[in-house]
Design a protein around this ligand. Sequence first.
Ligand code: B16
Ligand code: MG
Length: 214
Amino acid sequence: MKFDAVIFDLDGVICSTDEYHYKAWKTMADGMGIPFDRTVNNRLRGVSRMASLEIILEKYKGPALSPEQKEDLAREKNDLYRESLREMSTADLPEEVKETLDALRGKGLKLAIGSSSKNTPFILGQIGLGNYFDAVSDGNNITRSKPDPEVFVKAAEMLGIPADRCLVVEDAVSGAEAGHRGGMMVACVGDAAKNGAGDWNMESIRELTEIVKG
Ligand code: B16
Ligand code: MG
């Protein structure tokens, strides 16, 4: 086997919360009169909540905002976002994802999460993977957001597996860069795959079962 562990990004890889993020940011931005569309939204993939807010505020023309006002805006967005997350269930875990996870585990690989999201534990619980992973590294245990490699380096440390034996799975260009900067190989889906950001750019996550064999 080419790898001993696979570290999965959450949003956009294991489940699809992108649309919920978009709608919540859109409501906040509309309320402030800030132009916000899907092109700007694409830049928020894998980026932390506060860094996402700063990207959205690039188009804000009003009076300067204090750190407290920014915290309030981020909280407003997160409250809206979490309302959508409450509707999530095991039906939001795609079959191809669950089958791939089980197949990789069946090959003896360790499985971890490496996500920028502070909502990771809540989302995993909603989709029925609350106790599934061998390690969960997320927005609650990092100080630097992707493309910094911290979240993946911590996941590998939690597993006790060297970086070059870990494969990262990502949907964000910033996340693929984070994996590479952490000394890991990266398999991409979605937006990152379209941009050719990975060592493998997959059409389906099922391809992982072949990739890990080497
Ligand atoms: P939260 P990932 C990332 O998750 C999302 O892609 C990104 O859009 C979001 O801003 C970030 O989590 C922070 O999320 O507000 O829930 O802490 O793709 O790294 O799993
Ligand atoms: Mg993602």
